[in-house]
Write a protein that binds this ligand. Structure first.
Ligand code: AIR
Length: 187
């Protein structure tokens, strides 16, 4: 009985801990980039974009929003985002990935699409769905998976760096460290 109570207490603590973590990210002061993903299962890849941006002082509004499963949430979030200070969207989804395309249809803000490798086709389906936009509604499409998410974060930072010297400085420091971290030899 006491052991069960302790387990329940530990589970509750864990749950409130992760909720707090989520809240901390959501509460990111004046978020400038919205990072959307079609499923919470996409987070492991998409966190690469958020880590890069938040590491450079660019707040993110991170949401699970599916063009297919939560169309009303999607519409409401995207159409109100610009008024809340959002300057760009990063959208990651797998399978028939319509998230970036439909987001781009709903806003004139730049949309960066990240195809995710969650399906049996290893992301080729999501890549084609994201990149093959009809003329008139652009989505800047990145590579499949985590590297694509990281690059989307870096690209969004580069866009913001044009008008924010602090972000420009952080981006320069990132590049400098990245170069310094490459060893001369592989052994
Ligand atoms: N997805 C969710 N709604 C629309 C799409 N395309 C994608 C998610 C995820 C995949 O479907 O982006 O990569 C599988 O989602 P789940 O929740 O079944 O793991």
């Amino acid at each position: 009985m006491a052991a069960r109570k302790a387990t329940r207490k530990a589970a509750k603590k864990k749950a409130s801990g992760s909720a707090r973590k989520g809240a901390a990210r959501k509460a990111s002061k004046s978020p400038r980039v919205a990072v959307l993903m079609g499923s919470k299962n996409d987070w492991e890849s998409m966190r690469a974009a958020v880590d890069v941006l938040e590491g450079m002082g660019v707040g993110c509004d991170v949401r699970v929003i599916s063009a297919h499963r939560t169309p009303d949430r999607h519409h409401a979030f995207v159409t109100s985002a610009e008024a809340r200070g959002i300057q760009a969207f990063i959208c990651g989804a797998g399978f028939a990935a319509h998230l970036a395309g439909v987001t781009a249809a709903l806003t004139p803000l730049p949309v960066l699409g990240v195809p995710l490798d969650s399906s049996a086709l290893d992301g080729m389906d999501a890549l084609l769905a994201t990149v093959q936009m009809p003329g008139g509604i652009p989505v800047a499409t990145f590579g499949i998976g985590k590297a694509g998410a990281k690059n989307a974060g870096l690209f969004a930072a580069a866009m913001i760096a044009g008008s924010d010297p602090k972000v420009r400085k952080a981006l320069d420091a990132f590049r400098k460290k990245q170069t310094a971290d490459v060893p001369e030899r592989p052994f």
